[in-house]
Design a protein around this ligand. Structure first.
Ligand code: PLP
Length: 406
């Protein structure tokens, strides 16, 4: 049976642009096309005013000041600027950084880059739920530690790190704290003052805004954080990020945050209920499933679940039209199991069988029920062909089996 129904359940990869955001952007894609840096005419002033409004809105959403917001092309750039910029600015203090192996690649890869340049990185352990140990963090901080980078909400498994506690530890030790809040900005409560955050990354397209725009919050007081730029040019954004501002993108980003905050609690609760409904159906109608990530401190929208004895990729092919991802979308071109699940100690077989579902503002209950039906049918079909599943049903301990050729 060919089914043409499309259901989008990959909201940790990106979200649909809210039509109300597009409405706000439209004038800046058409008549109001001025360069926000043009100081000599109306076109420039109109653009600058719109950017300032978005800047103030986005800053307020973090408990920050407009002057502390640096606009970028997205969270990848924000993370790079935060990590490379702080490391290079403060290398006089030392060359030690702290992070965790479950971070997004846009944090891990700049850190690895610094490692290749002679920096030392401490990778904190994570437990089976993807949580760090705050005592281990405390004892990892040294006199030569420049920066701790730990994300707020994990894009694969949804686990939330306790960023207020992490911030307090870093502040007390006099170490800068960067958090990648791409999955939580506009969704979870964030206040850079109360949480002692010095640098924070966010992105428009993970919150119903446009792609190609992001921000880096850079603290200006207590302490004043300075960054070595990673790109040079016209000196925009107080010299920290040269380049003509993406005016329509920035306007849309600001509007996207306003919409998120308008009825955040209600929307978060509605999405969590949809996610829970999906989880409940998969857990009650299928055996040998494992939900990955912290079940208490987690994103409202995320469900990462392993279906033992099947391959995630085969399952995805078995549910055409339903958009989900196996492992992280960013690395799904490779057939390596998810590095995040691996760091949590999930075995390769369960990691290979994991699927990430992400609900969004636009997801309906009907879509959830439809997706659950399809996934359950596909898992049953694939397992019918699996000798391993049959052995598991018979109670044979697969670890005790002597495999041929091993
Ligand atoms: C999507 C994502 C990024 C990358 O953001 P872009 O704006 O697409 O560059 C970084 N970190 C996390 C946690 C993400 O989910």
């Amino acid at each position: 049976m060919v089914d043409h129904r499309l259901v989008y359940l990959d909201s940790q990869a990106t979200t649909k642009l809210d039509p109300r955001v597009l409405d706000t952007m439209m004038p800046f894609l058409t008549e109001d096309y001025g360069n926000a840096a043009s100081r000599s005419h109306d076109f420039g002033w109109v653009a600058e005013k719109a950017v300032d409004h978005a800047r103030e809105t986005l800053a307020a959403g973090l408990g920050a000041k407009g002057r502390e917001i640096v606009f970028t092309s997205g969270a990848t750039e924000s993370n790079n600027l935060a990590i490379l910029g702080a490391a290079r600015m403060y290398q006089g203090k030392g060359k030690h950084l702290i992070s965790a192996p479950t971070e997004h690649k846009a944090v891990i890869d700049p850190l690895k880059r610094l490692e290749s340049e002679g920096w030392e990185i401490t990778w904190l352990d994570v437990d089976a739920q993807g949580r760090i140990d705050l005592d281990q963090l405390r004892s990892a901080i040294r006199p030569d530690t420049v920066l701790v980078s730990l994300m707020h909400g994990n894009n694969e498994i949804g686990t939330l790190h306790p960023i207020a506690e992490i911030g307090a530890i870093c502040r007390e030790a006099g170490v800068l704290f960067h958090t990648d809040a791409t999955q939580t900005f506009g969704k979870e409560e964030i206040n850079v003052e109360a949480m002692h955050i010095d640098l924070l990354s966010a992105s428009g397209h993970k919150m119903y805004g446009p792609k190609g725009v992001g921000l880096l919050y850079v603290r200006r007081r207590n302490p004043r954080v300075r960054l070595e730029p990673i790109q040079f040019g016209g000196g925009h954004e107080r010299g920290m990020r040269s380049g003509t501002l993406n005016v329509p993108g920035i306007v849309g980003f600001g509007r996207a945050l306003e919409l998120c905050l308008e009825n955040r609690a209600e929307e978060q609760a509605r999405m969590a209920a949809l996610r829970d409904r999906l989880q409940q159906r998969l857990e009650s109608e299928l055996d040998f499933v494992q939900v990955n990530g912290d079940q208490e401190h987690r994103l409202a929208v995320n469900l990462n679940i392993s279906f033992a004895y099947i391959e995630g990729e085969s399952l995805i092919m078995g549910i055409p039209g339903i958009a989900v991802s196996s492992g992280s979308a960013c690395t799904s071109a490779s057939l390596e199991p998810s590095y995040v699940l691996r760091a949590m100690g999930v075995g390769d077989d369960l990691a290979h069988s994991s699927i990430r579902f992400g609900v969004s503002r636009f997801t309906t209950e009907d879509e959830i029920d439809y997706a659950a039906d399809r996934v359950i049918a596909a898992v049953r079909r694939l397992r019918e062909m699996s000798p391993l599943y049959e052995m598991a049903l018979e109670g044979i301990d697969l670890n005790s089996v002597q495999w041929q050729g091993h």
